[in-house]
Ligand binder design. Sequence first.
Ligand code: NAP
Length: 274
Amino acid sequence: MSKKVITVFTNGMETSEKIVKLLCSKLERSGFSVVSEFSPDSELIMCIGGDGAFLAAVHEFDFPSVPFVGINTGHLGFFQEISPSQIDLFIENYKRRKFHIQHLKTVKACIAHDGESAEHVGLNEIIVKGRASTAIHLNISIGGSFIEYFSGDGILVATPAGSTAYNYSLGGSIVDPRLNLLQITPIAPMNTTAYRSFTSSILLPADLSFEVAPDYGDSHDIVICVDGAEYMYETVSHINICFSETLINLARFESYDFWNKVKAKFLDSAVAGK
Ligand code: NAP
């Protein structure tokens, strides 16, 4: 019988590399074959690092359906399930299939520009903003109806999984990942007699379309930021943002509870980073 394959991905930091060595030897002793390049034969992808490493793996491996599990090496580690001291327990639980799969929804932007179209998928969020700190003016339609003329730094569209990331720093709400909604959070909205924009987040059901059409002043450049990576477009006519059909699967073990995780990472400073 051929060995079961596990892909191990790391952020390359010294602390993570030490954990990778330890993990690989323990996995191999437990009968697994470990690879560092993603192989479709893999039954699991393990990410060593923080949420940044997890997001990097999701994008580098092009949103695979193979489940992920993360070992947190001293970062915030919101996605990361286990700590380095729990490797033996993890292997034991994994071999006994004592876990469930959490499905995370992703967000997609379809960009019409210069007679062409482009598409980006994000796990945390997609941001539409101007180039080099310039204010941006956007005509925003929801469900095909024009709703607001937004002026400010930009608009962030967060998935439930991304609600605890940049969205939260902007004053957006934390969304339980079991809810099927997209959160539109303004970035520094202008709300004056000159410009009128919503100043709070708005929540949209999964089946409602959200469309952004830039209103250009001097600059015709639009920046689309996807999970921290920036892409520049010129002369965008409109951007449609909605849920993507792609799901990211995370292996979660018995002790996982979303709201306890939120408490540990945002309220209990003594346990942050563990
Ligand atoms: P980064 O340095 O990789 O991440 C910034 C922080 O966000 C890190 O502490 C990271 O955790 C944490 N994080 C990422 N996803 C999270 C999630 N779903 N829930 C809670 N925390 C999360 O930054 P980057 O490479 O520029 O962008 C990656 C992500 O960082 C973006 O998708 C964005 O949401 C977030 N970000 C936040 C801000 C802000 O809050 N002002 C600014 C820029 C980007 P780890 O420490 O475990 O890696």
